[in-house]
Design a protein around this ligand. Structure first.
Ligand SMILES: *Cc1c(COP(=O)(O)O)cnc(C)c1O
Length: 411
């Protein structure tokens, strides 16, 4: 059977290793010339005016909501179907995340439910620990798995309700959507007030840990840059090189979110390969979609001709009514066959903190509550071999056949 198929394996070239080594030998390790170049090239790649490199997407999201002025006694619409980071940065500012249900197919935020949640807030029908008089100031869409939401629809909603938009694009590099007029818009190309990307170890490009906030708004970019490094008037690179002076002033109590040159030297090369790595994932997705098209025990992730899909994840949904095994049982058995899977995600409202702090109940977000129990993310990464893809396909098909519930039809 060969060795195990991991859920993810990083795709790091020899050239990338050499670039990191060269930085280690260069005499400058923290934020400096490599970070400046990474920011410039990243902004050009996604079509944004400004890019601020930081040490995680979480940091980027935090800087974004801080720069937009988020504070206590305000609320933000956040999808329940996301990773911890999207909602926790709202809590960092002392504000309240209002959780929004997802679309059952794409798993992306449902604007229909967002409108419902706004109405329920004013009617005092949200969980009792969410005050009905909170002004809702923003919305934070997440492109789950790298399939972009319709950002034109998000903007129409945001304008109607006077909201800012911060995009959690942790899965969406590179990704794009076709506008109403037929032209393509890249994720980050003015798609939000601030768009935040992740370079965590298993994201579509990596710097080990890292992130980027992009925006077309100079004031937001300046504020995020200032707050990313202790609120200092000048960076160390600016102070210790060229015409720089040793002196600086503290403008605000900022954070320690800057990216290192070690990380950026890896990021520059990964960025140059981002589309090539995406194409490999697209190829793998195409093989899964074809191989599983007739497998009645599972539902496949949607595709859309109006989207360039980043394919960070390949989430299938089990038809549990057709299977004699639970989702967790399915994952355990795949693991026993040598295929490692994951789940994205247990929705936020089913975690103790959000349940207890705000009083969310499973029935407040019924679609996410039901769908997450059926979710399985299959391995999809650019370094995956054809043999590994074939083994995943074989293992999933075999399990579905073995645990299929007789339906009365000939199979
Ligand atoms: C990974 C992830 C993040 C956090 O990224 P970090 O770079 O690890 O901070 C945020 N949101 C989503 C949807 C993610 O998947």
């Amino acid at each position: 059977m060969g060795s195990e198929v991991p859920f993810f394996r990083p795709d790091i070239s020899e050239e990338e290793i050499s670039a990191v080594v060269a930085t280690l030998r260069s005499g400058w390790l923290t934020s400096g010339p490599c970070v400046e170049r990474f920011e410039r090239e990243f902004a050009a790649c996604v079509g944004a005016a400004h890019a601020v490199a930081v040490n995680s997407c979480t940091a980027a999201l935090h800087l974004a909501v801080e720069a937009l002025g988020l504070k206590r006694r305000q609320a933000v619409l956040v999808p329940t179907m996301t990773f911890a980071a999207t909602a926790e940065v709202v809590r960092y500012q002392g504000a309240t995340p209002i959780l929004v249900d997802c679309d059952p197919q794409t798993l992306n935020l449902s604007l229909e439910d967002a409108a419902r949640k706004l109405a329920q807030l004013t009617e005092g029908r949200l969980p009792p620990r969410i005050r009905a008089d909170l002004p809702v100031v923003g919305i934070m869409p997440v492109h789950v798995g790298g399939l972009m939401m319709d950002m034109e629809a998000i903007w129409a909603f945001a304008v109607e309700h006077n909201l800012w938009v911060v995009e959690d694009a942790a899965h969406a590099l590179p990704a794009a959507m076709r506008r109403q007029d037929g032209t393509w818009q890249r994720c980050g190309e003015g798609t939000a007030d601030v768009t935040c990307f992740s370079f965590y170890a298993n994201k579509t490009i990596t710097t080990g840990e890292g992130g980027m906030a992009v925006t077309n708004n100079r004031n937001l970019a300046d504020r995020m840059r200032l707050m990313s490094l202790h609120g200092l008037s000048r960076t160390a690179w600016g102070r210790y090189t060229g015409q720089g002076s040793w002196d600086y002033e503290i403008i605000a109590p900022g954070y320690k979110y800057n990216l290192t040159d070690i990380a950026a030297s890896l990021g520059i090369r990964q960025l140059a390969r981002a589309e090539q790595m995406r194409r490999r994932r697209e190829e793998i997705a195409a093989r899964y979609l074809e191989a599983f098209a007739e497998v009645e025990e599972i539902e496949l992730p949607p595709t859309d001709p109006a989207r360039l899909h980043a394919w960070h994840l390949f989430p299938i949904r089990l038809r549990l009514e057709r299977l004699r095994v639970s989702r967790n049982g399915f994952i355990e058995r795949l693991c026993a066959c040598g295929v490692r899977c994951s789940v994205h995600w247990r929705p936020l409202h089913l975690h103790p903190y959000y349940r207890e702090r705000f009083g969310w109940r499973p029935s407040d977000l019924p679609i996410a509550t039901r769908v997450w129990e059926r979710l399985v993310s299959l391995p999809i990464f650019s370094a995956m071999t054809d043999d590994e893809v074939a083994r995943v396909i074989q293992a999933v098909k075999e399990l579905c056949a073995r645990y299929a519930r007789p339906t009365g039809h000939a199979r």
